[in-house]
Design a binder for this molecule. Sequence first.
Ligand code: NAI
Ligand code: MG
Length: 490
Amino acid sequence: MATPENKLAFDGGWEYDPAPEGVEHIRAKKRYGLYIGGKFVAAEKGRTFDTINPATEEKLARVAQASELDVDKAVKAARKAYTGPWGRMKASERGKYIFRIARIMQERAREFAAIESLDGGKPIRESRDVDVPLAAAHFFYYAGWADKLEYAFPGRKAKSLGVAGQVIPWNFPLLMAAWKLAPALACGNTAVLKPAETTPLTALKLAEVIADADLPPGVVNIITGAGDTGAAIVNHPGVDKVAFTGSTGVGRIIQKALAGTNKKYTLELGGKAANIIFADAAIDQAVEGIVNGIFFNQGHVCCAGSRLFVQEAVAEEVIQKLKDRMETLIVGDPLDKNTDIGAINSSMQLEKIQSYLEIGQQEGGTMHQSSCSVPETGYWCRPTIFTGVSQSNRVVQEEIFGPVLAIQTFRTFDEALSKANNTPYGLSGGVWTDKGAKIFKMTQSVRAGVVWANTFNKFDPSSPFGGYKESGVGREGGLHGLDAYVKLGV
Ligand code: NAI
Ligand code: MG
């Protein structure tokens, strides 16, 4: 019965009292140096840059900007640790250090989560429930492999590679650092890692954890800077392996730079994942999954479900339910536990998203945004869907990396499949149906590294992740993730 209360709820009229996560427990410095050889040091040329809170545009900290000289210092420190204590250490001892990192990170989870939300703009609910626990889980998982590599590669001898150069993006800063460092260390390598320029703080906090865990100096070096610092890591002759996550454009530059060298590499690049809803799917569950797939973390997710294909018979129902659900999403203060969609990571990223909103409309798409209000300062984008778009439209083909969903319909299985595969990317996908046979057929035919069935955006350290086509080269996570950090011999 429509009581006044549930009518209010249906209209999206509930008001939530603010429930902000406190920040008084955080121990963050106003200035950070580069973490090289077990110490925080200033950049050789003394250059620095600021990192801001994208929700308020306030400066959070000033961090050092590493030049080629600093990269060289970091690589040398990593080499010294590799040929020294870390390389000589028994694998079971190495494992203990990695377990220690995992435990300390868990103890400081609340602090990591708050800093992640401050620096990058993601809702505290995500940094608290996804980013930080998963980052710790990766260290736990790979710590267990350190002394069991002979079981990971039966009959083969797994030898470490040396110094790993690792460059990561701003969408999952701590989690990406964990994805890169944990397997590298477990396999006996040392590392030089660079976080993205808009989100350096949790990686620098991780450097503190690494120091507290007493890792020998130089095993992990964390240096900050922008693209030129990243390029200096990639091109340094002392680096034996490059691991990169970021845009396909930069991935291409890196792949060219590494061609003809002996460096091993993995590249995790962009995506344009298709979610496919068949008429026999549990529709409410599917709508919830679609919302999670594209609005989660402001759509700053390489495997975001940014294309939706819905079977014609249920298209109207699904689109209406999506619109209703979008109205209830709360956009705002990332530190508020009620927030569903936080701040866009940077003004540049916001401009890029806005340009796609223009493009989508110019191409003839119908744009629908939720009617919620957004704060006046900071970078925000309301959840957005496009209907009436076609395969050739740029909003259907290109990675937007924002909370923008392009919706198309289909009639038959084959039509859905060919539309889903009509993309230069191949990172992930999702299928929603009541029929197991359709799940098997679709998951085997969609050209994507990960395909979820009746769920989306689920991660576990034991399962590999990575793409086909322009989405990258190699796999991270699970046993496959170890392979990227070893040379196999007999
Ligand atoms: P980006 O690819 O430029 O940045 C990622 C990382 O690479 C950062 O640490 C950056 O400092 C570093 N980098 C930049 N140029 C480099 C170079 N020449 N050599 C080595 N390292 C370099 O991504 P950006 O500019 O932050 O975002 C642009 C677009 O890329 C986004 O709008 C989004 O579409 C896509 N992107 C995709 C990501 C993914 O996980 N698939 C992550 C971040 C961005
Ligand atoms: Mg920032």
